[in-house]
Design a protein around this ligand. Sequence first.
Ligand code: UTP
Length: 469
Amino acid sequence: MIQLEDPADQAMVAKIHEADQDHLFDDWDQLDSAARHSLLKDLHHIDLSFIQQLIRDHLDSSASEAPIAAPTPPDWIPLADPGRATARQRGLEALQRGEVAVLMVAGGVGTRLGHPGPKGSFPILPISGGTLFQIFSESLLRLQKMVGRSIHWIIMTSPTNHAETLQYFRQHDYHGLTPSEVTIVPQEQLPVLDSRRCKILRSGPGQVMFSPDGHGGSIRLLQRTAADLRQRGIHHIYTHQVDNPLARMADPELIGLHIEQDSRFTSKAVAKTDPDEKVGVFCSVGDHLRVIEYSELGEEDRHLKNPDGSLSFRAGNIATHVIELDFIAPETASGPLQLPFHVARKAIRHWHGGEWHEPTSANSIRFETFIFDVLPLANRGLVVEADRDLEFAPVKNGEGSDSPATSRSALQKLWASWLVQCGIELEFDPSLQPLRTIEISPLVAGDATELKKALEKLEIPPEGPILLR
Ligand code: UTP
């Protein structure tokens, strides 16, 4: 065991030793004083007894996740529901009263996309090269103009991408938003463990490997900041993910339905047509709604069909929710809701025994929480159907499905359909992709009706790319 002068440091070293994690000091003799200081700081942040509890709960041979009892397909509000238009008005009024904050979860590592930098800085726009962050900032600006007041925006980063995200927004002047109305705040992180012996992995000599605690970290973040949000007059939190450029910012219709139905947790869902599409689905278990991961739904349930041929379990989760602040952070003595942890196993490069290791199979364990795990705790939840073509085109992988190519193609089709609705003639290839490249900034329009108005003042070039900004 290494010896240190500071009693607090020495007590921490003793705890590391008791927890059988001494390998974290293997490189101590080779570290300069700054690296030693940084290692000690990181180690002070680890709650070893909590990690040991997680290991006991999830990884000991006796621990296993309880199977989900008899899920049934949930009710949802379909696209054709006639009450949606009046709900939209209700939602607009709540936005006008300043009762809604938007929370974008952007703390993920983005391993599959492989983009250097925060995922939100990925240049998704096909002509200008504008980023995901730009789309959401401009969407919020448009909505603020529509409701005539600012809307508070929380961007959840992780300790790994926080500084870069902050720098991005400063460099881009917050894309025109008022900086005091944008809170950029990191979620918590946990150490990554080696899957065989539960040793904490290292991301370099003297460096602890950390990973963000899942998008459920947003619930804890909201609980930590609930007093400030209440002071701002906020009751409803609208959340979405950074990697879906079609995700609507503070959609008044969803907010209105949430308020009208006195819901605690309201979610958008798209109709799944492929039983093997890897998105979680909403289901009812007893009196409560919940999301079941693709892998948790049995083969038979996955393929179960309604008389009209549609999948019974088809309400696919697109991770857009409205959450009641009082539900997740009640002001009563019962205290905030707790989320369960899940285990994710991934192959990860790491430093061990004085050299790098590049495993080809899963060698690591991370503990994560999921935002939708609060849904079963809600006494009133709501699922609302969304049109996939209008609202869901995530950027997850570098290539293939859910990649920048498929997401850009969905954006092109959407913008082309708006132009056609405005009477603009366009040509399409056999896959219904427009032959001209199109980009319409959210500052110009958020739908075909708004575009029609905007075109009173804008010219469409006779040929070539169509860029409307
Ligand atoms: P994903 O599950 O797709 O993870 O996150 P990811 O980290 O972005 O990508 P991979 O799996 O490493 O390739 C879905 C959304 O949840 C956010 C992400 O930023 C994304 O918006 N997220 C995920 C967080 O905010 N924090 C997390 O700890 C995990």
